[in-house]
Design a protein around this ligand. Structure first.
Ligand code: TYD
Length: 408
């Protein structure tokens, strides 16, 4: 038993995915013997309902000067963040004195649009290499972790914020209480805190267990977000399901009793009750569905290996680290993985040690089968790769787990 990261209630994991490496740490051959592993095991707190990892590597080992995730690598995600910036500008930032803070601003994919409109802004980004790209693009950025102390510093230097936002960041931060207190200190009385993250309901429904990896210390639901922010005087006033990252939720929070709470909040909470997100039996079924998904994928890949088919992994995503390690995949199943990120190329995938090659290799010699690790970018990729299908190439997909197989 360990303490819940949010409310300190005693919790224990409902399953373990076994020993896992750092999902985004692609390795040179010489670094393989010293690779770091930790136990990837999720738990759900029966008091505050927060889905969380019981163990997580030190954030400094995950977010550093050679962090391998760049938000702008997906053109769809770039468009998504441009639209979000436009939405903020139209709805909330009409006043030229407005101030926006983004936590985990990465390469400035969203804030560059705010900066271009001459709105006062600040990005907070701990990974120096991605922060530099943002700075080079004219985005004011502080290269550090966001917490309550930094919030006080920003307040002193720049004043209170109209909007604090983040995308695919909050679920990475183990000391969520410090962030919540920081938001509470930094936000104007009528200000809004808007964030989006992969949604627990989608992970359970689709058996997309690969959303569980070291960086995702939490997977949020509306219920758990309400419980986490209540002690800091912040309430969820709106929610919006999003398609990105295989199913995400955008949460809007404001100070309690200052805003009208949208009907959508109640509707989503009712859906979470229907999904059984607070029932232990839901997680027992999820565990069995993960095992089924693993059996299915291994069965396909073993059979293709016997037939001598050429299988290549498509995109060396963080998520793929959970899949390759949990399913025991190696280069006898997958010849190599292709990826567009130069920092990952000619390195070995974490744990499974499958070589990552530049994306161009895919087009150079199409494989018989491509294992779609970036299933969340399915539509964008299938559009781009129509020639592969025309040349008789086949995709292997493992999310969602087939309805026939899944335990409901
Ligand atoms: P994403 O699903 O956002 O990754 P993560 O699981 O790490 O959150 O995908 C980003 C990775 O996928 C990145 O390494 C680039 C790669 N990628 C391609 O190689 N080709 C593509 O067409 C897309 C969309 C992504």
């Amino acid at each position: 038993m360990i303490n819940c990261r949010i409310c300190e209630n005693k919790i224990k994991p409902f399953m373990s995915f076994g020993k896992m490496p750092i999902a985004n740490r692609f390795l040179m051959e010489k670094d393989i013997p010293d690779e770091y592993f930790f136990e990837l095991a999720p738990a759900v707190c029966d008091k505050c309902q927060m889905f969380q990892l019981i163990e997580q590597p030190d954030p400094k080992d995950m977010f550093h000067e050679s962090y391998a995730f760049f938000s702008q690598t997906s053109s769809y995600m770039s468009l998504h963040f441009k639209r979000f910036a436009q939405f903020l500008l139209e709805e909330y930032l009409g006043d030229k004195n407005s101030f926006v803070v983004e936590i985990g601003s990465n390469d400035g994919v969203m804030l560059k649009h705010i900066a271009a409109s001459n709105i006062k802004h600040l990005g907070v980004e701990p990974s120096a290499n991605v922060a530099k790209i943002a700075i080079d693009n004219g985005v004011n950025t502080r290269c550090t972790f966001f917490n309550k102390e930094l919030a006080s510093e920003i307040l002193q230097e720049h004043g209170a914020a109209d909007i604090i936002c983040c995308a695919n960041v909050l679920c990475h931060i183990p000391d969520l209480n410090s962030v919540a207190e920081g938001v509470c200190r930094l936000l104007k009385p009528n200000g809004l805190f808007i964030f989006e993250d992969p949604y627990l309901g989608d992970v359970i429904e689709k058996t997309s267990y690969d959303q569980i990896y070291d960086e995702h210390v939490f997977l949020f639901s509306v219920n758990s977000v309400i419980n986490a922010f209540l002690p800091y005087g912040l309430e969820v006033i709106d929610v919006e399901p999003l398609k990105v990252h295989g199913g995400s939720m955008r949460y809007t929070l404001g100070r309690r009793n200052k805003h009208i709470v949208s009907e959508r909040v109640k509707t989503q909470i009712d859906k979470e009750v229907d999904l059984g997100l607070s029932l232990p039996i839901t997680y027992d079924k999820f565990k069995r569905n993960c095992e089924l998904s693993r059996e299915n994928l291994l069965c396909i890949l073993e059979s293709l290996k016997k037939q001598g088919k050429r299988v290549v992994g498509y995109a060396a995503t963080s998520k793929s680290t959970t899949v390759t390690n949990y399913c025991g995949l190696n280069s006898s199943h997958i010849m190599y993985i292709v990826d567009t990120t130069p920092l990952k190329q000619w390195k070995y995938s974490p744990g499974a040690h499958i070589l990552v090659k530049p994306y161009e290799e895919f087009k150079l010699e199409y494989p018989d089968y491509a294992l779609l690790f970036a299933w969340n970018h399915r539509e964008e990729i299938f559009l781009k790769e129509d020639e592969y299908l025309r040349m008789n190439g086949k995709w292997i997909e493992y999310v969602p787990l087939s309805i026939m197989d899944a335990e409901k």
